[in-house]
Design a protein around this ligand. Structure first.
Ligand code: ADP
Length: 623
C-alpha cells in the first residue's frame, strides 16, 4: 500500500461537504448508487459498440449489502471499474473546471448546498458525511489486477493491489455516529425508493430482517435479498399509466435536484422518426446557467441505452435549463461520436422538441398563470437569448416573454401590451439600455406619458442587443423611443409649423456643435425637458456603443455613434435662445443641451471638464 495526499481542492471540498451537508446525510446513498449506475452505463455501451467487449457476458446490477453488526454498507456494481491510475485521479483530484467557483458558491445553508452539490456532482465524497472510513475495491473491465483505495476523508488515501473476482467496483462505508441510522435495511430501502427508484438497473439490497419462525414461535433475524427499485425506463411507459409522483421521482433521479420540477413535457413520437422525450423545467435556475462551462441537463438514450449526458447541442443553448431525456429508436449506438446537428434524426428530434417545449410553455402561460410566473422569474432571460438566436421560433418566443412597462411594474406580455394600444398608435415602443429607474425618468418618455401610450421598460442587460434586432411583434412595428422613426410617428400638423419657426436656431446650434452631432432637430417627443438625443434607425445608440466598449468590442467595426440632438420648441430655454444675439452664449448652451441629454441616457461624457467649464460660464452670467 502507498500513501497519497488529496489535491488541495479535494480537501477543501471534503471539509465543506461534511460541514454543510450534515443535515442531509442520506444523499450519500443516492450519489454512490448514481456512480454505480454510470459505471454500468459505460460498460453496457462498450459491450454494444466495442468488439473487444462484445463477448462479455454482462448482467448489469447494483448490490447493496448491509452488515448491521459491523455497521458497514457495501455498494457494488459490475460496471466499467477503475484501475490504479483511475482511482488516484477520480477519487483524489477534481478534474472539473469551475471547482473553485463552485466552492465559493456554497452558502452554508444545508438545503441550498446539498442541491448545489447534487447538481455539481461531487457525489463520491458525500460518503464521508456518514462514514469515518471508506474502502473502494475496483477492477477495470478488460484488466486483471484489482486495487484497494481507502481513506478517512481527512489527510489523504492509501492505495494498493487487491483481489476482486470480476470487473466492477465495491464501495464500503463504515458508518460513524452521523451514519448510524443508516445501518438499517428498512431505512435504506426507503432512501433508494425516494431518490434512485428510476435508476435503469436493478438494485438489490441484502440486509437482516426479523422474521416470524413458526417452529421456534418467535421472530428471528434472517438474511434477505430483494430488489428495491423499479428499474424501468419510466419514460417509455404510456403516459396514462404515469402519475405526477412517478414523474417527480424520475426528475429527482436524473437531475440531482431535491425540489420538485415546475412542470414537464412528455412526448412519445411515432411514425418515420420514433422517439420519446421527457423535458422538465426545474423550479430554480441551475447554478451554472450563466457559466460558459455549464453542464447540459438532457441525457441521450438510444433504445433505452444511455449514450451521453454531455452533448450540448441536443437542444439549442437557450434551453440549457431543461432537464430530461431524449430516447431514440432509430439512432445508431455510436451516435455520440457524431456532432448531433449533423445527424438528421437528431436534428429532427431537436427542432420538434423545441416546438414542443415552447408550445407547452404557451399552454401553461394560458392555463396556469401562477406557475408561469414562477417560470418567468427564473427563465425569462434564456427566452430572450432565444430571440437572439432562434429566428424560426421568434413569434412563439415573443409570446412567451414577459416585460415591464410604464403602465405595469410586474411582468406583462406583448399580447397584453398590444391589447392596450391607443387609438391611432402606430407601433409598440420601448426604451432600453439601463437600470429600470433610470429608464423610467428619461425625457424620451415624456410625450408617451402625456399621450398615455404604454412603453416597454427593457432594463435587462441583454435587452439592448436582443431588441435592437427585432422590428415586429406580429404585424405591429416595434420601435425604440430613441429612434428617428419613433419621433416621426408622433408628428402632427401643428408640430410642422413649430419646426419651421425653429429653423434659424437649429442652424446656429448645428454650427456650434459641428462634428459632435449628426443633426439638430426640433423635437415632438419632449414635454418638460429642453433636449434629448436620438439616433437613426440603423445606427447604434450612444448607449449601445458604450456597452460594446465595456465588453471590449471597441474595434468590431461598429460605426462611430453620433447622436442627433433634438430640442423642445416649447421649452423656455429654447425659446429664449431663439431671441439671444450672444453667439458665445448660444454655443455654450448648445453643448450643455447636448451633454445633459447624454448624461440622462446614462452615458458618460467624453470631456467632463469642458462640460463643467461651460456650465460655470453660464452660471456666472446668471448670477
Ligand atoms: P461524478 O460522479 O460527478 O463524476 P464523483 O466524485 O461521484 O463525481 O466520482 C468521481 C469519478 O470517479 C467518476 O466520474 C467516475 O469516473 C469515478 N467513479 C466513481 N464511482 C465509480 C464506480 N462505482 N465505478 C467506476 N467509476 C467510478
Amino acid at each position: 500500500m502507498s500513501k497519497r495526499e488529496f489535491q488541495t481542492e479535494v480537501s477543501q471540498l471534503l471539509h465543506l461537504i461534511v460541514h454543510s451537508l450534515y443535515s442531509h446525510p442520506e444523499i450519500f446513498l443516492r450519489e454512490l448508487v448514481s456512480n454505480a449506475s454510470d459505471a454500468l452505463d459505460k460498460l453496457k455501451y462498450l459491450t454494444l459498440t466495442d468488439e473487444a467487449f462484445k463477448p462479455l457476458a454482462f448482467d448489469p446490477k447494483i448490490e447493496l449489502v448491509l452488515d448491521e453488526e459491523k455497521k458497514t454498507l457495501t455498494v457494488s456494481d459490475n460496471g466499467i471499474g477503475m484501475n490504479e491510475e483511475d482511482l488516484v485521479s477520480h477519487l483524489g483530484t477534481i478534474a472539473r473546471s469551475g471547482t473553485k467557483n463552485f466552492l465559493a458558491n456554497l452558502t452554508g445553508d444545508a438545503k441550498c448546498d446539498s442541491n448545489l452539490i447534487g447538481q455539481f456532482g461531487v457525489g463520491f465524497y458525500s460518503a464521508f458525511i456518514v462514514s469515518d472510513r471508506v474502502e473502494v475495491i475496483s477492477r477495470k473491465a478488460g484488466e486483471d489486477q484489482a486495487y484497494l483505495w481507502t481513506s478517512d476523508g481527512k489527510s489523504g488515501f492509501d492505495i494498493g493491489p487487491a483481489a476482486r473476482e470480476s470487473q466492477g467496483t465495491s464501495v464500503t462505508v463504515h458508518f460513524n455516529e452521523a451514519g448510524a441510522e443508516y445501518s438499517n435495511g428498512w431505512k435504506l430501502r426507503e432512501i433508494v425508493r425516494r431518490y434512485s427508484n428510476h435508476i435503469a438497473f436493478p438494485i438489490h439490497l441484502t440486509s437482516t430482517e426479523s422474521e416470524w419462525n413458526e417452529e421456534e414461535k418467535k421472530s428471528v433475524p434472517t438474511r434477505k435479498t430483494e430488489q428495491v427499485n423499479s428499474a424501468s425506463a419510466l419514460w417509455k411507459r404510456s403516459k396514462s399509466e404515469l402519475t405526477d409522483e412517478d414523474y417527480r421521482g424520475l426528475y429527482k433521479t436524473i437531475s440531482g435536484d431535491y425540489e420538485d420540477p415546475l412542470f414537464w413535457f412528455h412526448t412519445q413520437a411515432e411514425g418515420t422518426n420514433e422517439y420519446t422525450t421527457l423535458f422538465y423545467v426545474p423550479s430554480q435556475a441551475p447554478f451554472d446557467l450563466y457559466r460558459a462551462d455549464y453542464r447540459p441537463g438532457v441525457k441521450l438514450y438510444v433504445k433505452r441505452v444511455f449514450i451521453t449526458d454531455d452533448a450540448k447541442d441536443l437542444l439549442p443553448t437557450y434551453l440549457r435549463f431543461l432537464r430530461g431525456i431524449i430516447d431514440s429508436e432509430d439512432l445508431p449506438l455510436n451516435v455520440s461520436r457524431e456532432i448531433p446537428q449533423q445527424n438528421r434524426t437528431l436534428a429532427a428530434i431537436r427542432s420538434a422538441s423545441v416546438k414542443k417545449v415552447l408550445n407547452g410553455l404557451k399552454g401553461i402561460a394560458a392555463d396556469n398563470p401562477e406557475q408561469y410566473a414562477k417560470f418567468i422569474e427564473q427563465f425569462n432571460r434564456p427566452l430572450k437569448e432565444g430571440l437572439y438566436s432562434d429566428f424560426a421560433n421568434k413569434e412563439l418566443l415573443l409570446d412567451l416573454l414577459r416585460v415591464k412597462t410604464t403602465k405595469s411594474d410586474g411582468w406583462t406580455s406583448f399580447a397584453d401590451v398590444k391589447g392596450r394600444m391607443q387609438e391611432g398608435q402606430k407601433a409598440i415602443y420601448f426604451i432600453s439600455g439601463g437600470p429600470g429607474a433610470q429608464l423610467r425618468t428619461s425625457p424620451l418618455l415624456e410625450i408617451y406619458r402625456k399621450k398615455e401610450i404604454e412603453v416597454l421598460i427593457l432594463d435587462d442587460e441583454i435587452d439592448e442587443f436582443v431588441f435592437a434586432g427585432l422590428d415586429k411583434y406580429g404585424d405591429i412595428d416595434l420601435k425604440a423611443v430613441n429612434k428617428t422613426s419613433a419621433g416621426e410617428d408622433l408628428k402632427t400638423g401643428e408640430d410642422k409649423g413649430k419646426s419651421e419657426d425653429l429653423k434659424p436656431l437649429l442652424a446656429r446650434l448645428t454650427a456650434a456643435l459641428g462634428a459632435r452631432v449628426k443633426a439638430v432637430r426640433a423635437s415632438m417627443r419632449l414635454a418638460d425637458s429642453p433636449s434629448c438625443i436620438v439616433s437613426d434607425e440603423d445606427e447604434p445608440s450612444l448607449k449601445m456603443r458604450q456597452m460594446m466598449r465595456a465588453m471590449g468590442e471597441a474595434g468590431t467595426g461598429l460605426p462611430d455613434a453620433k447622436p442627433i440632438l433634438e430640442v423642445n420648441p416649447d421649452h423656455e430655454i429654447v425659446r429664449k435662445l431663439q431671441a439671444s444675439p450672444d453667439e458665445t452664449f448660444v454655443t455654450d448652451a448648445a453643448f450643455l443641451l447636448l451633454d445633459q441629454a447624454i448624461l440622462l441616457e446614462g452615458v458618460a461624457l467624453e470631456d467632463p471638464a469642458a462640460f463643467v467649464q461651460r456650465l460655470n460660464r453660464v452660471l456666472a452670467k446668471a448670477v
